[in-house]
Design a protein around this ligand. Sequence first.
Ligand code: TXA
Ligand code: MG
Length: 367
Amino acid sequence: PGAGRRGRIESSTPAAIAEAAALLRAGELVGMPTETVYGLAADALDPEAVKKIFAAKGRPADHPLIVHLPSVEHLPQWAAAIPKDALALARAFWPGPLTLILKRTPDVPDEVTGGQDTVGVRVPAHPVALALLRAFDGGLAAPSANRFGRISPTTAAHVHEELGERVAMILDGGACAVGIESTILDFSRDVPEILRPGAITPEDIARVIGRRPRVPGESVAETASARAGQCGDASGLAEAAAPNAAADAAQPAPRVSGALAAHYAPRTPLRLVEPALLADEAAALAGEGSRVAVLAHSTSDPRDARLSWRSLPADPAAYAQGLYASLRALDGVGADLILIEALPGGPGWRAVADRLGRAAVGSGATD
Ligand code: TXA
Ligand code: MG
């Protein structure tokens, strides 16, 4: 019993990978581990299979999907124009957490691109994803394997929590090493532009192509100082989050429907607190009778039994790796409020600050 059961988690043996490839060829959905987060994969050339992704996620149909490829050699089937710099970045960072937005070929279904004339592509750096892509021998459309607006999954069990029997099977590839979604770099217009910060930074990109991509929200002065290699600014959160996110991050998330329902991840209101104030603020709120969960990175656990306290390492890569699992766990303790210790500044924290800023204002951008 169990074999063939929808939504089951399978360890990634060669037989399971072959079965997953066959399910994908038959138009089914498969939960796929990648180095960033788990993806919800479907045959990118099969419009009916791609439509199942939107139904399973509850995601609006005009949100485009990233196509995952077995190797850079597959790029010409999907991208019509491949600028020299884009190819150099693909060769430098693939397999890896960099998605390139390029002009698409006529092969790419509108269901994948949301009707746009561009397509997002990447080669993931996870042995199970690569084995599956090679067995499938084609492009797999795969958004993060969460319900729309929820926290991205970083383990197979999270995918099961999110999607259950909406997927045919889930390949278990362990906990994701990067932990936040890929950097998205738009090459479809004149100047390359970061659409979503991730583990591959503007500095990494500049080292390969000799110019810094545009980073929305970054001031001219910051760009100039970054160009000059002086990256020690102390405003990680304010710089990386959208302007409103930065302003609102110190306020509790509004308790209005819409902000809390579909587009809020986690479901528990979340607030950023300066490190020096964290322990006292948590204790004060607990003293008033609130159930408080805390996500810290430098402030130590006061061992206050009223608090659900979790700590992540004070290193941006290690913090990113544990972030979504920690938010998911704290979201599950039934707290009234999650307090998050505000992040250090600096470019290394940009991608994590982006995710926290968006989660704090409940913009739904974690989808
Ligand atoms: O790390 C990742 O990128 C993960 C793993 C599974 O690969 N995938 C992921 O997919 O985060 P998703 O669908 O959750 O986020 C993809 C983002 C969306 O914000 C979407 O709008 C953007 O990529 N995107 C995809 N194609 C695009 C396009 N042609 N133009 C602009 N944005 C695009
Ligand atoms: Mg997503």
